[in-house]
Design a protein around this ligand. Structure first.
Ligand code: SF4
Ligand code: SF4
Length: 353
């Protein structure tokens, strides 16, 4: 069957073109990667009625429905209306009209999360709750942005937060109750093996800490048998900036903020759309968030993104950031072996070459 297919239009509605002519894959948002299991029935139904019967778990934690025929897209868009309403409007509190025309934009990508402290004993933050709050600030928007939220700060954490424009990680300042400490030294070992080695047992059999280099992971609280170390009440975050994948110049995000509160994070995202609009001269175009920050420059970006945001007293921010790109396009460090540079005494054949 021939179609007059507007690929760009259906792409905005989150349908990705397939290598099979006339077919598309729907990508459904799952902000924070946590929803009620009841929605899975609808997903299964979509796959079987409109897709090719298979299901793909998207790499950005979307529900992907492959094999949707172009002529069925209209019907699929109507079918997912209840899902968009339940997940984005009801669950996340997004201010949007849910229509018969499916997702209104693909710009702001699905916000990824690890399971966080809803389950993980190492988690310092409820990741999906924060993701839902961010969703309502950045979606729907045509401006491209990738965000991931991790419960702890393993630098390459379960959700690979630092390969996103914004990688958010839960951290925590631990409280120490000296009277409960029996001097067993478990926290010293745990910190040394799993974290930074900033703890030591002093001559009184109590703990000294080099507070400057504590990263706030909570391994000490996790191991302490008497509850002398406990996670503090204040929820704090570390944020990396400017990570990205890509064919030409992928790079890891760099440390941007540390010990900031949720209010700082949400204040920052509340400014994202305004910042993007300004940076792109009010003409949304397909430009990854990280490239947008590059175009504007770090200092200018900071000025815009924190407009009206009040920092908590513990907060720290990078004065400047210099990213190291993993340059792919120029093939600068991969070349035929015959072109490799040689040093030292050469075999006659190599000399000749
Ligand atoms: S929170 Fe600090 S002191 Fe405790 S294990 Fe982590 S780095 Fe060490
Ligand atoms: S693990 Fe707890 S009890 Fe043992 S030395 Fe550390 S703080 Fe004290």
């Amino acid at each position: 069957m021939n179609h007059d297919i507007d690929i760009k239009k259906v792409r905005i509605n989150c349908f990705r073109q397939s290598k099979v002519a006339g077919e598309f894959m729907l990508q459904m948002r799952v902000p924070g990667a946590m929803i009620e299991a009841k929605h899975l029935k609808l997903v299964q139904d979509l796959c079987e009625r409109f897709g090719n019967g298979t299901f793909h778990l998207g790499t950005r934690q979307t529900f992907d429905i492959p094999g949707v025929k172009y002529e069925n897209i209209e019907e699929v868009n109507k079918y997912i209306k209840s899902y968009i309403h339940d997940v984005d409007v009801e669950m996340c509190g997004v201010d949007m009209d849910v229509t018969d025309y499916g997702y209104p934009t693909i710009g702001a990508r699905n916000i990824m999360s690890c399971i966080g402290n809803a389950h993980c004993i190492k988690g310092n933050a409820n990741t999906y709750e924060l993701a839902r709050k961010i969703e309502r600030l950045i979606f729907p928007s045509h401006y491209h942005i990738k965000v991931a939220v991790a419960g702890c700060l393993n630098v390459i954490n379960c959700v690979k937060a630092n390969f996103n424009d914004f990688g958010i990680m839960g951290v925590n300042k631990q409280d120490y109750d000296i009277d409960r400490c029996i001097g067993c030294g478990s926290c010293v070992d745990a910190c040394k093996h799993h974290a930074t080695g900033v703890l030591s047992l002093n001559q009184n059999g109590k703990i000294d800490k080099d507070a400057c280099c504590c990263v706030g992971c909570g391994e000490c609280s996790l191991i302490c048998p008497t509850g002398a170390w406990t996670r503090g009440d204040k929820k704090l975050y570390r944020v990396t900036l400017g990570g990205r994948t890509g064919k030409q110049n992928p790079r890891a995000g760099k440390l941007f903020l540390n010990w900031v509160t949720e209010d700082v994070i949400l204040g920052m995202f509340a400014n994202w759309q305004k910042f993007s609009a300004w940076a792109l001269d009010y003409k949304p175009e397909y430009l990854h968030g990280g490239h947008l920050i590059d175009r504007v420059g770090y200092k200018e970006f900071v000025k815009h993104i924190f407009e009206g945001v009040e920092f908590n007293p513990e907060a720290k921010m990078a004065d400047d950031i210099f990213w190291a790109e993993n340059e792919q396009r120029g093939n600068m460090h991969v070349m035929p072996l015959s072109e490799h540079k040689h040093a030292g005494p050469q075999e006659p054949a190599a000399k000749k070459a």
